[in-house]
Design a protein around this ligand. Structure first.
Ligand SMILES: Cc1ncc(C[n+]2csc(CCOP(=O)(O)OP(=O)(O)O)c2C)c(N)n1
Length: 503
């Protein structure tokens, strides 16, 4: 079979097909979004955009319960949303293989933080594989499904932006027949996590992890690559590639399975080299584990805890000298801006004119915090703007109207419960849903209110105004944001009249 030039995300999609994936769900988020889009072109099995990452993972857990191999994809912060099912799905285990992709974003190319999701593997006790290039993206995905079934546990597959988006040659294999679903088991002791059952399953989880540690120590994913014994480097993911470039002659312990941690292999490696260096992006996850074994090692300085690493950073840590960076290409800066004709723009123009205090959310409209609009005052995590507006309005009784803005996709993701809270607790703040009928920020994906599914086929369309009325919002207005006169009148009437003083 001819080699293919694939991004890490495309390779993961290919690996899922080679594993016979029967169901996949996710929520868009850079750098993970292309996995499901690629997968939908490769297979006819259900591939779905879910309203959020928790829903996606729960659906994947269900499909796996019915025996299919199931994939859930999300960006790193998406795993915060999906953490609740994750932490208990490791107890119940799976029937069909269940793989969860978490795509981390060191350097915050497109995120609100740069958390290191390797911590999730340790915290949730979920095995994690970490590919270092596209070929491994394919192979590790395929193996992740097998491990998931063999050890009866969901498997996390962690990438970072450079692995997700860099292209490399990949040797594909045959696409496997789809593992069809079957009747789910009646096994309440295993799948109903009441305390009496969960206690037993927690012990069982520790046993399964003990067996997985043997795999971790075996050399399949965590590999000793012997070289000059005077220098031994422990590295994973893209940091491994940088370190290899900086010290091609060194001995390496390449980590592809950070959890369960390969303690035996690390001891063996440490004993075989004169000098031990740990080189990793973001947090000191591997370093902490190495030190916990009582082994001394060298590692990066604190300033490298933030942002991406590079071959130059690797040289600095390994050789003590930082080679000069290649000069930055001479291209005009292209900071993100709202597109020409963006329907969000007029809303902020008027909210600014009305001197509203605007709490915000994540999406293209976050750009309204920048000049010339400079309107958005908060952006915390998806859905938070609604809760913040409510909280502010419960304690602030000044003159400024409190307004939350939230995109249509974000509203469905995690704004709905905030709105239920506002209706229930009789909030005086106003919520503006910025409905541009797409998930624009991440590339224009469909969502439940666009009337189209992931494949672009017609789908039931969520009626946002009806939903707002249904949760108990008394005054719901729908206005075309291109009609400036009407927009201003509607906003003016509503943002002030909902405040107690002006009611
Ligand atoms: C938990 C989480 N999941 C995914 C993302 C990635 N993300 C950022 S904004 C956004 C949605 C934007 O769509 P919408 O709310 O409709 O606003 P638009 O960009 O269309 O204006 C997504 C998916 C994120 N930041 N956090």
């Amino acid at each position: 079979m001819a080699q293919l030039l694939l991004s890490g995300n495309e390779a993961i999609a290919r690996g899922a097909c080679q594993a016979g994936v029967g169901f996949a769900a996710g929520y868009p988020g850079t750098p993970s979004s292309e996995i499901l889009q690629t997968l939908s072109a490769l297979t006819q099995v259900p591939i779905e955009w879910a309203p959020n990452e928790k829903t996606a993972l729960e659906a994947a857990v269900g499909a796996a319960l019915a025996g299919a191999r199931a994939l859930a994809t999300m960006k790193h912060v998406g795993l915060n949303v999906a953490a609740d099912p994750l932490f208990t799905a490791v107890y119940t285990g799976v029937e069909g293989g269940l793989v969860i992709v978490t795509a981390d974003d060191p350097g915050l190319h497109s995120s609100q933080n740069e958390q290191d999701n390797r911590h999730y593997a340790f915290a949730a006790k979920a095995p994690m594989l970490e590919p270092a290039d596209s070929q491994e993206g394919l192979e590790f995905t395929q193996r992740a499904f097998e491990l998931s079934e063999q050890f009866d546990i969901p498997v996390l597959l962690r990438t970072t932006t450079r692995i997700s988006h860099s292209k490399a040659l990949v040797q594909p294999g045959p696409i496997a027949p789809v593992q069809p679903g079957r009747e789910p088991p009646e096994n309440r002791a295993k799948y109903v996590m009441i305390p009496a059952n969960a206690r037993v399953r927690h012990r069982d989880l520790l046993d399964r992890l003990a067996s997985l540690t043997e795999i971790s120590d075996s050399g399949e994913f965590n590999r000793i690559e012997p070289g000059d014994a005077s220098l031994g480097i422990i590295a994973s993911g893209v940091a491994y590639q940088y370190a290899r470039e900086a010290a091609p002659q060194a001995s390496f312990l390449k980590i592809g399975m950070p959890f369960p941690f390969p303690a035996e292999l690390v001891r063996e490696f440490a004993g075989s080299v004169d000098r031990l260096v740990v080189f990793e992006e973001l947090d000191r996850v591997l370093e902490a584990q190495v030190r916990a074994l009582g082994l001394d090692c060298e590692a990066k300085p604190d300033e490298m805890l933030v942002g991406e690493l590079s071959p130059q950073a690797a040289a600095q840590v390994i050789h003590g000298v930082r080679p000069p960076e290649a000069p930055a290409p001479d291209v005009p800066p292209r900071p993100p801006i709202m597109c020409a004709g963006c329907p969000h723009r007029p809303v902020f123009y008027i909210l600014k004119k009305l001197k509203c205090y605007v709490t915000g959310d994540i999406g293209c409209y976050t750009l309204s915090t920048l000049p010339p609009l400079e309107t958005l005052q908060t952006c915390l995590c998806m859905g938070a703007g609604v809760g913040q507006a409510h909280g502010i309005s419960q304690v602030y009784d000044g003159d400024r109207p409190i307004v939350a803005v939230i995109g249509d996709s974000t509203f469905i993701h995690s704004g709905i419960t905030g709105l239920v809270n506002m209706a229930y607790n009789q909030s005086t703040a106003t919520v503006v849903i910025l409905d541009n009928r797409t998930t624009a920020m991440t590339g224009g994906q469909n969502h439940p209110a666009t009337g189209r599914n992931l494949r672009g086929e017609p789908a039931p369309e969520l009626d946002l105004a009806a939903l707002c009325r249904a949760v108990g919002v008394k005054r719901v207005r729908v206005v075309d944001s291109y009609d400036l006169t009407q927009l201003e009148e509607v906003l003016w009437r509503n943002v002030f009249s909902s405040m107690p003083k002006h009611a």
